[in-house]
Structure formats: structure tokens, C-alpha cells
Design a protein. Structure first.
Length: 240
């Protein structure tokens, strides 16, 4: 039996952020391990990835890496292979963290922000990236300023403009999942992923895949509270 596209390419989860907006919640606990129902946020991300057919995950660690390592050791070995890439005590930036993980990621991979939960079909995003012939693809959601400031302007299957930090004039939002090639990442002009996306968009080399299902984030107190309410219906257990 041939493997599906999500099974062939790995998923990188960027889990090294500080979580400063969450205040006391993340003083000693990384965002990935925030407790949600009977599990932690990372368990929800991994459970959805497994459901989508992903078989290899590389978790990029940085700030408060030790408790995430301990949590992963408690997950029984199964059909999903979990690996770690640790940037150490000095923050590298999201693009630099992914470059460090390239030996484990290969030539093409999914990238998921560590505070994003996006219940969409990974295979559809992968097919769209292949069909576009672009070195990268961003999953985008029509936000209209509802959840965060929108930062994307899509047109004819491409992200024609990407503004880190967002703009009041935009309607679409980076939903937290992308497909990236190693070549594009190696040529990144800076150490942060948003800077790379801005350059690729300006060059017409960033494809987009529009989705209707909204994303959830736990990077803010309001976002975390909202996800907790949503998670009550997801029935994910620790270790999934």
C-alpha cells in the first residue's frame, strides 16, 4: 500500500516560544503543556496530526524545553515517530530553529505554530503546494478581524502580500499551518519565519490554500479560554 502524502512528509511543530502574553500561566510551563481538559495542548495537536495521517513529527524546542521532553517520554511508542530538535538556551528565531531541524525534516515538510490548533485536511494543503510549484504554501482563513489582526492578501492561488503584525485593511489570516521546502528555508533572509513569508509573497513564490474551518490559538488568555471550551467536545486524552 502506498503512503499518503502526510505520511510521506514530516510535520515540524514550533514549540520554543516564550508565551509572554499568557503571564503567570507560562511562567514555569510552556504553551505546549497548558492543561486542557484531561490532556495538554500538544496532545491535541498530535492527535489531529495522527488523524491526518502524519507519521513523523519533529518538535522544535527552546524555552522550557525540559518539561516538554519529559511529557514526550511518557507517550507510548506507536504509529507516530516523535523527534526533538532543541535550539538550546539561546533563542534562534522560528526560521533558524527549522534550519537546525532540517536533517530530520528533509526536503519538504509541514510547519505548525506551537500555539495553533487547525482542524483542516493536511493532504489538501500538500496537494495544493505541489500543484502550485511554489517552494512554500500558507494555509489562510478569512478572518475579517474577528480573532486577530489579519495579515494576508491572497490572490489567484498565491499570497501576494504578507504583513507581519497584520493590517486593518486585510481580511485573511495566516492560520498557523504551512508547507515548506528546505530550499526556501535555506535562502531565508532572516531568522524568523514571518520575514521569509513576506519575501516569498513579494516574489510571487508563496502559494495559499484557503480553508473555511477556523483555527484556534492558545497564545493569549482569551484564545486559551476559547480553546478550552472547544476542547470539551474533542475527547482527547493525555498521550492520545
Amino acid at each position: 500500500m502506498s503512503l499518503s502524502a502526510p505520511a510521506r512528509i514530516p510535520l515540524a511543530i514550533l514549540a520554543g516560544g516564550y508565551g509572554k502574553r499568557l503571564g503567570a500561566l507560562t511562567r514555569r510551563l510552556p504553551k505546549s503543556l497548558l492543561p486542557v481538559q484531561n490532556a495538554c495542548f500538544l496532545d491535541y495537536q498530535l492527535a489531529w496530526a495522527r488523524r491526518q495521517g502524519v507519521r513523523r513529527v519533529v518538535i522544535c524546542l527552546g524555552h522550557l524545553a525540559a518539561p516538554i521532553r519529559r511529557h514526550l517520554r511518557g507517550i507510548p511508542a506507536g504509529e507516530m515517530c516523535l523527534r526533538i530538535s532543541d535550539e538550546g538556551h539561546r533563542p534562534l528565531g522560528t526560521a533558524a530553529a527549522l534550519r537546525r531541524a532540517l536533517p530530520q525534516l528533509g526536503e519538504r515538510f509541514f510547519v505548525l505554530y506551537g500555539d495553533s490548533y487547525l482542524p483542516v485536511e493536511y493532504a489538501a494543503a500538500e496537494r495544493a503546494q505541489r500543484a502550485s510549484r511554489c517552494p512554500a504554501l500558507m494555509v489562510v482563513y478569512r478572518n475579517d478581524g474577528r480573532y486577530e489582526r489579519s495579515n494576508v492578501e491572497p490572490r489567484h492561488g498565491r499570497v501576494c502580500r504578507y504583513v507581519p503584525g497584520g493590517s486593518r485593511q486585510m481580511r485573511w489570516l495566516d492560520a498557523g499551518l504551512s508547507v515548506l521546502s528546505a530550499g526556501a528555508l535555506k535562502a531565508a533572509p532572516a531568522d524568523d519565519l514571518p520575514a521569509l513569508f513576506a519575501v516569498l509573497a513579494a516574489e510571487g513564490r508563496l502559494a495559499c490554500h484557503r480553508v473555511r474551518r477556523r483555527f484556534y490559538e492558545v497564545g493569549s488568555p482569551a484564545g486559551f479560554s476559547e480553546f478550552c471550551r472547544r476542547a470539551a467536545r474533542l475527547r482527547v486524552q493525555a498521550g492520545w
